[in-house]
Design a protein around this ligand. Structure first.
Ligand code: ASP
Length: 324
């Protein structure tokens, strides 16, 4: 009798609060994680690691959708227009905050069109060149850039990408004008560098670190204030001849604007669980980075960081000697 009453009561509550019932059921089907750069690049590597661990936490499959193009802005536009039902998530890097200053017009608003979920990781970049590029040190790289000008090619992941911004700041500070070569992402760019088709690049150590250690490419400096444990031989660029130079890449996880709050909360918990996962931590450490602290893997932390970064980079890019 009591059981029948309890069953009827639960049924009536579910009918009264369909939103609550739906949120409890989430995720009922696979979730798509949009990555705005091609497979094999640094954002993709972090995204796949995260997707797998978050999928375990959510007990649902997370399927990666690579949407490269225009420095990450094509994928960001796709994510902004996706249904806000929790079945599309979006991992981006710092170019989410710098694109507004590097594009006259964007098809989306990086702040207003997204629900922040949390910060993921801060990844140093390294300035690198193909293995047989005739510069053995940062000073020699500078000499090459000054002497050979536009004969030197510098790869980037498209206008507004982190590699593009890093190269702009680097060449602007040195007052040199190499030839920029745009790719959809730095995964394909590093493949070309391994094949000797492109000379120089700035890219996350998740991509460049293993290649530098295997001596398949040359590393000159890291873009953080201090040395990076995974690449102890590389000085910070700021010490190698570019005072004050600092431009690391941070990753943030978002959902389209309007995604229900209970879903955001559930995904945030899954993100935090993924970042606590020992395998994820170890894999990130092997790649030269570490997850953010749990307090930063939250919507509030990402919201505040994104806003501050949009403001910071708008001013830096405006003042940069090579500002477009
Ligand atoms: N490293 C990239 C950038 O320059 C993108 C990528 O992950 O391929 O923004």
């Amino acid at each position: 009798m009591l059981d029948t009453l309890r069953g009827a009561l639960i049924g009536a509550l579910a009918l009264l609060a369909p939103g609550v019932a739906a949120a409890q059921e989430y995720p009922a089907r696979p979730i798509t994680l949009i990555i705005p750069f091609p497979a094999g690049g640094p954002t993709d590597v972090v995204g796949r690691l995260l997707g797998q661990a978050m999928g375990t936490a959510l007990r649902q499959q997370i399927v990666i959708e690579s949407v490269g193009g225009a420095g990450g802005t094509v994928g960001a536009g796709r994510a902004a227009r996706a249904a806000p039902d929790g079945y599309t998530l979006f991992l981006h890097n710092s170019s989410h905050a710098t694109a507004p200053a590097l594009y006259d017009k964007l098809a989306y608003d990086p702040i207003a069109d997204f629900e922040p979920i949390g910060l993921v990781a801060d990844v140093p970049q390294a300035v690198v060149a193909r293995a047989n590029f005739p510069a053995k040190s940062f000073a020699e790289l500078v000499a090459q850039l000054k002497t050979n000008g536009d004969k030197i090619t510098v790869a980037n992941a498209g206008r507004g990408s982190a590699s593009h911004l890093c190269a702009l700041l680097l060449t602007g500070a040195l007052n040199v004008k190499p030839t920029a070569v745009a790719y959809q992402g730095t995964g394909p760019a590093i493949n070309d560098m391994l094949g000797g088709q492109v000379d120089v690049m700035c890219d996350q150590v998740t991509n460049t670190g293993p290649q530098i250690r295997a001596e398949r490419i040359q590393g000159y400096c890291v873009t953080t204030k201090t040395r990076v444990a995974a690449l102890p031989n590389l000085p910070p660029c700021a010490e190698a001849g570019l005072p004050g130079f600092e431009v690391s890449v941070w990753h943030g996880l978002y959902a389209p604007k309007g995604t229900p709050k209970p879903v955001i909360e559930q995904v945030t918990r899954a993100l935090q669980a993924a970042l606590r996962d020992e395998t994820v931590k170890q894999r990130l450490a092997d790649l030269g980075t570490e997850p953010v602290k749990q307090d930063d893997a939250t919507p509030d932390a990402l919201r505040a960081h994104l806003k501050a970064q949009v403001e910071k980079w708008a001013a830096v890019i405006k003042a940069a000697p090579a500002a477009p």
